[in-house]
Write a protein that binds this ligand. Structure first.
Ligand SMILES: Nc1ncnc2c1ncn2[C@@H]1O[C@H](COP(=O)(O)OP(=O)(O)O)[C@@H](O)[C@H]1O
Ligand SMILES: [Mg+2]
Length: 248
């Protein structure tokens, strides 16, 4: 196995408050890592540090062998870390297929290039991604008319089209119905193995469905790491969740 992401003693302080405090993680190729923790534990800030949105004040981040610590956000994205935000970046006026085509080209001036269509391999890939995100029947639908859940799946599809080395998903099921949440778990499960993913999620049904290895954060630090059973049995995890909504 080889590490895709190595986070070593990473941290940031905001006016003296350590939102992330000496976090170390190794994410292996093809791994699906779940990040758990009560509100304010530092999960989003950790993703901000990894993706370059926030600059760290301690520690290092390596993407494979490249030290990307405190690179600018676009450079980190180009190096292969893709992040899904809550607010969709889909082109609302374009069809689902066209959105995926644009994402697949990944370069400025794509609209001009697209007059000649995508190469066959890219077209095949696009069809695979359409199936993966369950939007094959909506390929010609204008993205602006999709439901909330479908929009989130398209957003995920756009990321997958860019073929990042590492995908960061922060609460991908927020605002979704129970059925949409299950469907999202299926999509993420089908990425497992071929993609390397870190996902922050509160919905324990979802976590149970997808989780292999879980990292629990508390007060900016890693509190525990292991499989679902060991995390649930860990008294420190139970204690940290007391007073919050708890592990269900
Ligand atoms: N830019 C910032 N300035 C000051 N405090 C911040 C900033 N970003 C996050 N924090 C604080 O850091 C802590 C961790 O926040 P966050 O990473 O959003 O937690 P989580 O995603 O686990 O709920 C919180 O106490 C939050 O208020
Ligand atoms: Mg958060």
């Amino acid at each position: 196995m080889s590490a895709v992401l190595t986070v070593d003693g990473l941290g940031v302080a905001f006016a003296g408050f350590k939102a992330v405090d000496g976090v170390s993680l190794i994410i292996e190729e093809g791994e699906l890592r779940v990040l758990l923790g009560a509100n304010g534990a530092g999960k989003t800030t950790l993703m901000d540090l990894i993706s370059g949105k926030t600059k760290s004040t301690q520690g290092r981040v390596h993407l494979r062998d490249t030290d990307i610590t405190n690179w600018e956000e676009p450079a980190i994205a180009r190096a292969g870390i893709g992040r899904k935000f809550q607010i969709p970046s889909v082109f609302r006026e374009l069809t689902v297929r066209r959105n995926l085509e644009v994402a697949g080209c990944g370069k400025p001036g794509v609209f001009a290039n697209l007059r000649f269509g995508l190469p066959r391999a890219a077209r095949r890939r696009l069809d695979e991604v359409l199936d993966l995100i369950g939007l094959a029947d909506e390929a010609q639908t204008v993205a602006g008319t999709l439901s909330h859940g479908q929009t989130q799946w398209l957003e995920l599809g756009l990321l997958v089209m860019q073929d990042p080395k590492l995908l960061l998903l922060d609460e991908p099921t927020a605002g979704m119905t129970a059925a949409e949440t299950l469907r999202t778990a299926d999509i993420i499960k089908s990425l497992r193995g071929t993609h390397t993913i870190i996902v922050v999620e509160h919905d324990m049904a979802f976590v149970r469905e997808i989780a292999q290895r879980i990292t629990v954060m508390h007060l900016g630090q890693v509190l525990a790491e292991g499989d679902m059973a060991s995390i649930e049995a860990d008294p420190r995890v139970r204690a940290a969740y007391l007073g919050s909504k708890g592990i269900h």
